[in-house]
Design a binder for this molecule. Structure first.
Ligand SMILES: Cc1ncc(COP(=O)(O)O)c(C=O)c1O
Length: 386
């Protein structure tokens, strides 16, 4: 049997009966949009992520855009983010006419480098053209960014902190989820994510009810919410009163029903992912340039298991001949992609990001990988002499 890069079928076999029943329930009650499962899932997601509130939406990209819209981020604002990330992280910044400023990452954890972030904020301030407004930290490959350091920098400079935890939802640092430090934490339920649904989905975790209400408005075409009505009485359904220009970004009820069942086994799956990661670390010791380093006190959810190798492409080709699928996240950093190349960068450029793009290789990773299959992968990697 061929080796799966991510084995979603194994997870489905585990909970198929519950999924079938949950989906059937939605088909029976017919509340396909914003049905009861959506609010139930939001409450359960918030509890899991140690957040007072969660708001679901259509995908993990909109989840980053919604807080920027609700905070009124716009023209002239600088939003600092890594370049070593998926496109969605910087993509939403020009949507609101703000400017992404790319900052380099740490060579060991691949997450935002706090010292380079602070230097970039100071340089933008000194130049005086843009106003530093937001930092978007990414929990790349599943592990938490250095939130205590990032929060302290944001506080010193009066910036909002977004945790783009699309790959890292469920990760912790010293037992705390990213929302402990961030103003909002966002995630994606794209099927391959550690907590994924069977289509697109996303969510924003937060602490502030007024912010939740505002994002609830933005996710439904800018509908009027309680604060907009402010005691005013209308002779028509307030549902059709639009207080701002919003978007349509709702999580389908069927996806919420699926996610309720997947969330129920998520903690167990994180433990299982850690077992797989530990087996890789042990088996690959000394055979590759580096196995992943997790920040001290951090718990990764291991969205990916990414090694570094000087002959990355040679190793990937060799693994393919051995039936081992691999992937490169990310071969072309955002700051060199054509639509993003004109945006500013932190002082000194992004040498770590550029070096990583040539060396990183993701190996198969999912909670249900058995030992024999994993040994086959480890043997294939250690057998490479290139
Ligand atoms: C770091 C990061 N941010 C944002 C997203 C966007 O999520 P989605 O694909 O659900 O829009 C992704 C996922 O693909 C991601 O990896």
């Amino acid at each position: 049997m061929s080796i799966a890069f991510i084995d979603l079928a194994a997870q489905q076999r585990r909970i198929r009966d519950r999924l079938d029943a949950a989906i059937a329930k939605v088909l029976d009650h017919g509340g396909y949009v914003m049905g009861p499962e959506v609010r139930q899932f939001e409450a359960e997601l918030a509890a899991f992520g140690q957040a007072p509130l969660a708001l679901s939406c259509a995908n993990g990209t909109d989840a980053i855009a919604l807080p920027l819209m609700a905070w009124g981020i716009g023209k002239g604002d600088a939003v600092f983010c890594p370049s070593f990330t998926f496109t969605a992280t910087p993509e939403v910044v020009p949507w609101v006419e703000a400017t992404p400023v790319f900052v380099d990452v740490l060579p060991d954890t691949f997450n935002l480098d706090p010292a380079k972030l602070e230097a970039a904020i100071e340089a933008v301030k000194a130049e005086g053209k843009l106003k530093p407004a937001v930092v978007i930290a990414v929990d790349l490959f599943g592990q938490p960014a250095d939130y205590p350091a990032l929060r302290a920098i944001c506080d010193r400079h009066g910036l909002k902190l977004v945790s783009d935890s699309a790959q890292g939802f469920g990760c912790t640092l010293n037992g705390q989820h990213p929302i402990h430090w961030a103003d909002v934490a966002t995630t994606s339920f794209f099927p391959a994510k550690p907590l994924g649904c069977y289509g697109d989905g996303g969510a924003v975790l937060m602490k502030d009810k007024a912010l939740w209400d505002l994002m609830d408005s933005y996710r439904v075409h800018g509908k009027a919410v309680a604060a907009d009505l402010n005691g005013r009485v209308f002779d028509h359904d307030p549902k059709y009163l639009n207080a701002r220009i919003g978007m349509n970004s709702r999580l389908d009820t069927i996806q919420a029903a699926v996610l309720i069942e997947k969330l129920a086994i998520f903690a167990d799956e994180i433990t299982m992912r850690q077992v797989v990661a530990d087996r890789y670390a042990e088996g690959l010791k000394g055979a590759v340039l580096s196995t992943p380093k997790v920040i001290d006190g951090g718990q990764s959810v291991w969205a990916q298991y990414v090694i570094e190798h000087d002959n990355r492409d040679g190793l990937a080709a060799h693994l393919k001949t051995q039936g081992v699928p691999t992937a490169v996240y990310y071969p072309v950093p955002m700051h060199v992609q054509e639509p993003y190349a004109h945006f500013p960068q932190g002082a000194g450029g992004l040498p770590v990001t550029e070096a990583l793009a040539d060396k990183v290789l993701a190996l198969p990773m999912h909670p249900y990988m058995d030992e024999a299959t994993q040994q086959q992968i480890i043997d294939a990697v250690t057998g490479f002499n290139g």
